[in-house]
Design a protein around this ligand. Structure first.
Ligand code: PMT
Length: 398
């Protein structure tokens, strides 16, 4: 099969060092990669790095007489199947939005008529500037796909929005956007994400380590497949997903009420949330004062949302997760049966690099008919894609 051609445009930001891994990711997955760099990008990482990783010459100057092609930007644009700008500075975003062509990067991008993907990474103040927002809106109107930066530790030494997502997540985002997707048009899917919080008093609560990343990735992909998605989520630091109905809840009982209210008309529910099994029997109105010696807290059981839905279901497909620290396979099979599920994704949350909080996961999919499909460690976006693809087959009756 012919290799897919990706032109990777590299602009001058500190996140450029991570773009090197991005190039590797595409080469590793069988893409033919050609890179183009701005003059400022060359100040951060050398051309040689990208030539070595892409196994192709890097274009930096359209007037370089050593270029093999006399009209280099047109030749590159014609060769391109996908164009990726990573990291995308506020400057290249502005140039793309306005159609400015004054160097190898902006000129080649202007000449490219193929799908374009932009991964902005910059200081939070530049990101928040209305001009950047306006330019990004213009790009989106032109059909350019934009992967928003993450909140994280910036080069300036503080936490804010502006950090470039990890290369594996960028790869997964592009493949999810560019590869054929199942159509979930006319399907209503409820996804749950994050951990529930059970209050003890006005200042204390019982919680867990779920960040919502897995559930948000599932909701984003299901929505990209055309489904009408409701994301019922516990407290998270993640941004609302465009085009998805966002329902914010705190406790397990609130999550149950929000899911149950939408269940009858739903086609499927994916429960990725880490729901607290117990809550304090009494929530104190005032802050509980310290006592000398031990303090006992009485907990009562919360509803098992998925198990209740398993009993209520008529036509709906139910997808659950099993977060286990031991006997993963045995417990997963039991949960699939006990909760009357169609599909269950089992993850071993005792592993540090997957499960709670990490950008990656590794799951085993258990089906009602006894089939098992292992999904090797990959970004949560990629794992979400595989789970939703399997759900789409179940919804089609396959
Ligand atoms: O949010 P992240 O940081 O990305 O982490 C992802 C994750 C580890 C939370 C996710 O991959 C995951 O495993 N989610 C399920 C967590 C969990 O509660 O697992 P469980 O084995 O305790 O529950 C089994 C299933 O029943 C789950 O689908 C759960 O949503 C559901 N459940 C559990 C308890 C309860 N009272 N009601 C429920 O519906």
């Amino acid at each position: 099969m012919a290799k897919k051609h990706i032109a990777i445009y590299l602009t001058g930001g500190i996140a450029l060092y991570k773009a090197a891994s991005c190039v590797r990711e595409f080469v590793k997955h069988g893409y033919e990669v050609r890179c183009v760099m701005t003059e400022n990008a060359l100040k951060f990482v050398s051309k040689l790095t990208f030539e070595t990783l892409s196994q192709n010459p890097v274009l930096t100057d359209l007037f370089d007489r050593n270029n093999q092609n006399s009209v280099a930007h047109i030749e590159l644009a014609d060769w391109t199947d996908i164009a990726l700008v990573v990291p995308a500075t506020a400057d290249i975003i502005a140039k793309m939005a306005l159609g400015i062509a004054d160097d190898a990067v902006s000129t080649s991008l202007l000449a490219t008529a193929k799908p374009k993907y932009v991964v902005p990474a910059m200081n939070d103040k530049m990101w928040d500037n209305p001009a950047t927002k306006r330019n990004l809106d213009l790009l989106k109107q032109d059909g350019v796909q934009v992967l928003e930066p993450e909140v994280g530790f910036l080069a300036e030494g503080y936490q804010a929005k502006g950090r470039m997502p990890e290369p594996k997540a960028i790869y997964a985002w592009i493949t999810a956007k560019s590869s054929p997707k199942p159509s979930l048009k006319d399907k209503k899917i409820i996804v749950t994400a994050g951990g529930t919080v059970e209050e003890i008093d006005p200042v204390r609560f019982l919680g867990n380590h779920s960040t919502g990343k897995m559930g948000y990735a599932l909701a984003a992909y299901a929505s990209a497949c055309g489904a009408s998605v409701t994301l019922v989520h516990g407290p998270t630091n993640l941004h609302d997903l465009p085009g998805v109905e966002m329902v914010s809840v705190t406790s397990a009982r609130e999550m149950f009420a929000a899911v149950k209210a939408r269940f009858e008309t739903a086609d499927a529910v994916i429960m990725a949330a880490a729901v607290a099994d117990y809550r304090p029997e009494i929530k104190a109105d005032q802050k509980i004062k310290k006592v000398s010696g031990p303090w006992q807290l009485t907990l009562v059981r919360n509803p098992d949302i998925l198990q209740e839905l398993g009993q209520l279901k008529t036509h709906q497909k139910l997808v659950g997760f099993a977060a286990e620290t031991q006997n993963l396979f045995e417990n997963a099979k039991k949960k699939l049966q006990r909760k009357n599920l169609d599909l269950l994704a089992a993850n071993d949350v005792s592993k540090k690099d997957i499960g709670f909080g990490s950008d990656e996961n590794e799951v085993y999919l258990y089906f009602k008919d006894g089939k098992m499909l292992p999904l090797k460690k990959d970004s949560k976006q990629k794992i979400a894609q595989e789970i939703v693809d399997q759900l789409a087959l179940l919804l089609k009756g396959e």
